[in-house]
Design a protein around this ligand. Structure first.
Ligand code: CA
Length: 229
């Protein structure tokens, strides 16, 4: 599983709906994991830590609303965008859906292209580099579509790992990432890599960014990890 590709968890008990959405999400280039019940969904959320969750309201067992409430009350999962799918269209239900903390809400029958646009909109907010955005931090510009990085207008050559590392850091300037979090995001959690490897690649990234002068934008946080700015 590529670390850059956003993973979408699709929770839907109706096979036909699930297949249409799986197909469309995969066509958008997302990794798709699927659950048919609320219990399955809760296990997969722990295991996969998806970048976005498409959640059917009416599910056998634990309801979509209850799952959404659990996701949004847990610190580890709270930031994952949740889009609720529902056959209910009354305004009251809409309000209830958003009160559980859902980030967006789509009523069935929905247009698949509109739903995909909403998925992209949520990911632009949380994973900008993964959906072809241009990121800027001070004089550093990263274009995730053309895979080009410049600093003060000068081209910066980066290896693929350093590029992923920089795009991760540029998505949230100021955030302190632990080595384990960077391993998960940049290398992917399926691969075993020693945390020392992170230090090696941060070192290379630092060197590349400072090649044409300028202050070191990367901050080492003792005992914790790294941050940009
Ligand atoms: Ca259903």
């Amino acid at each position: 599983m590529s670390a850059e590709t956003p993973t979408v968890l699709l929770v839907e008990d109706e096979p036909a709906q699930r297949e249409v959405l799986r197909y469309n999400l995969a066509s958008e280039g997302f990794e798709v994991v699927m659950a048919e019940t609320g219990d399955e969904a809760m296990i997969l959320i722990e295991e996969v830590m998806p970048d976005l969750i498409l959640l059917d309201w009416m599910l056998p067992g634990v309801s979509g609303i209850e799952i959404c409430r659990r996701i949004k009350t847990r610190r580890e999962t709270r930031a994952i965008p949740v889009i609720m799918l529902s056959a209910r269209s009354e305004e009251l239900d809409r309000v209830r859906g958003l009160e559980t903390g859902a980030d967006d809400y789509v009523v069935k029958p929905y247009s698949v292209s509109e739903l995909m646009a909403r998925v992209r909109a949520q990911l632009r907010r949380t994973r900008p580099a993964a959906v072809g955005q241009r990121l800027e931090y001070e004089d550093i510009v990263l274009d995730s579509e053309s895979h080009r990085v410049t600093r003060g207008g000068e081209a910066i050559k980066l290896g693929p790992t350093e590029f992923r590392l920089l795009s991760t850091l540029m998505e949230k300037p100021g955030r302190v990432w632990s080595r384990e979090q960077l391993l998960d995001r940049v290398w992917g959690r399926d691969i075993y890599v020693d945390t020392r490897t992170v230090d090696v690649h941060v070192g290379r990234l630092r060197k590349a960014l400072c090649k044409h002068g300028g202050a070191d934008p990367l901050r080492t946080v003792r005992g914790t990890g790294y941050a940009l700015g």
